[in-house]
Design a protein around this ligand. Structure first.
Ligand SMILES: *Cc1c(COP(=O)(O)O)cnc(C)c1O
Length: 424
């Protein structure tokens, strides 16, 4: 079932008043649902000592949401200085932040390693000697290459730019030990929107096998393994939900076996984004136009700049029309205002007939939704709201304005040349 059913029920009676108060379009997130998913995750893995989820900030980089997650004991997975800053601004620091960057500049390492610190997750063996200082703990991102099939979305690990190869991994830890680094972790990220839990268990087993190998060669006892994110959510109505408890049971078994065999076990880290917040967000938009040409079009007051997944990946997002769910349907394309023909939230979708002013709820926009927004064609990103657990509603990011759009044109002039006596 796409979009948490409880969220839908909570939202329905409030929606007209929310639309009246805040105006469309907006993304709205559900505090109760987010809290529940956090609790489910923590409970599922409670038998593994030191389990910790590092929420992938890129999925929903809003401080109000991140604060909810922090209160559930989550850390944050960041890949840029602004994401680290966002996490630090809500009070996370040190081991609560994992910096999983790639193609990283020295400047970014400097900020990451400043006095507040973080866990550094290096994407390449060459980066060790570029660190501005030697941290106490280091993690490497592992890319299994041909040893593993990537999942459908992320693709073949052999073609992926990320991570250290199997042949490099022992040398990477050896080099780190030689530099005086004392504690170690290992990370991988191979899946995206994966609905088969066995893939995640296999990823865990793969990392446990590698740390065993590295331990055999270098004597390192790993602090943690991080199995990445990529847990899927059902975007289409008939897709079954990801089986979190089966995944947790499988991984818990693997950890027990590892501990029994080796006398020690690492902690388990994870960095889900989509699974945590995806189903607990929706994009609410109003119908402003109808057009009948070769197809029937329903025009809404937002565009793919507020939700890029359908246009970019042809991703399905379920849509319902507030108060009209049981009305007779017809096939329509639901479109925004961008001058790009892929600016469509739905293509040839059976939806109840609408009139201007009807409210469309586009499901499952709580992850990689607002965050992927952009300004192409002068489109401004919408506001974000939070449905609190007491059913109050709070503005947690205002809509972009024209002034925002023009701020980067506000700058001190700088010119060079022309160089008059330039001789090539
Ligand atoms: C995007 C990303 C994630 C989160 O992916 P989800 O599909 O949202 O779970 C986690 N880790 C890394 C390194 C990522 O790039």
């Amino acid at each position: 079932m796409p979009m948490s059913a409880q969220f839908k029920n909570r939202l329905a009676p409030l929606l007209p008043q929310i639309v009246h108060t805040f105006g469309t379009p907006f993304h709205i997130y559900d505090e109760t649902g987010i809290n529940q998913t956090c609790d489910e995750l923590n409970t599922a893995f409670e038998k593994i000592d030191g389990f910790k989820e590092y929420f992938a900030v890129k999925a929903l980089p809003n401080p109000s949401i991140m604060t909810l997650l922090k209160n559930k004991g989550f850390g944050f997975d960041c890949s840029s200085t602004p994401e680290i800053t966002l996490s630090r601004n809500i009070g996370s620091q040190g081991k609560d932040i994992m910096f999983t960057s790639n193609n990283t500049s020295t400047q970014q390492f400097k900020t990451a390693l400043n006095k507040e610190g973080c866990i550094l997750n290096l994407d390449d063996i060459s980066l060790i000697s570029k660190l501005p200082e030697i941290p106490e703990l280091i993690c490497f991102r592992y890319n299994p290459g041909s040893r593993r099939n990537g999942n459908k979305i992320i693709g073949n690990p052999m073609e992926s730019k990320y991570g250290v190869t199997h042949d490099q991994i022992v040398a990477a830890y050896k080099k780190s030990m030689d530099l005086g680094i004392k504690r170690f972790g290992i990370h991988t990220m191979l899946a995206s929107n994966e609905l088969d839990y066995t893939y995640m268990v296999e990823t865990c087993d793969m990392l446990l096998a590698i740390i065993k190998e590295v331990h055999g060669k270098l004597g390192i006892q790993f602090d943690f393994i991080n199995i990445g994110g990529g847990l899927g959510i059902p975007y289409t109505p008939n897709t079954p939900e990801f089986d979190l408890s089966a995944m947790a049971a499988g991984i818990t078994r693997s950890f027990r076996a590892f501990k029994k065999q080796n006398g020690w076990a690492p902690k388990l880290y994870m960095e889900s984004g989509r699974f945590i917040t995806g189903p607990h967000g929706a994009l609410v938009t109003s119908v402003i136009n109808h057009k009948k040409t070769y197809r029937d079009y329903v025009g809404v007051d937002t565009s793919m700049s507020a939700l890029m997944r359908p246009g970019m990946y042809e991703a399905y997002h379920h849509i319902h029309i507030h108060n009209k769910e049981d009305a007779p349907t017809k096939k329509v394309d639901v479109v925004g205002a961008l001058c790009e023909n892929n600016d469509k939230f739905a293509v040839q979708r059976d939806l109840p007939a609408t009139v201007e002013g009807d409210i469309l709820v586009i499901h499952d926009t709580g992850a990689h939704g607002h965050a992927m927004g952009f300004n192409y064609n002068g489109q401004l990103r919408p506001k974000e709201l939070l449905l609190r657990k007491d059913l109050g509603v709070e503005l947690i990011r205002r809509a972009e304005t024209m002034d925002d759009y023009f701020t980067t044109l506000n700058f001190d002039r700088k010119t060079m040349g022309p160089v008059s006596n330039f001789h090539p």
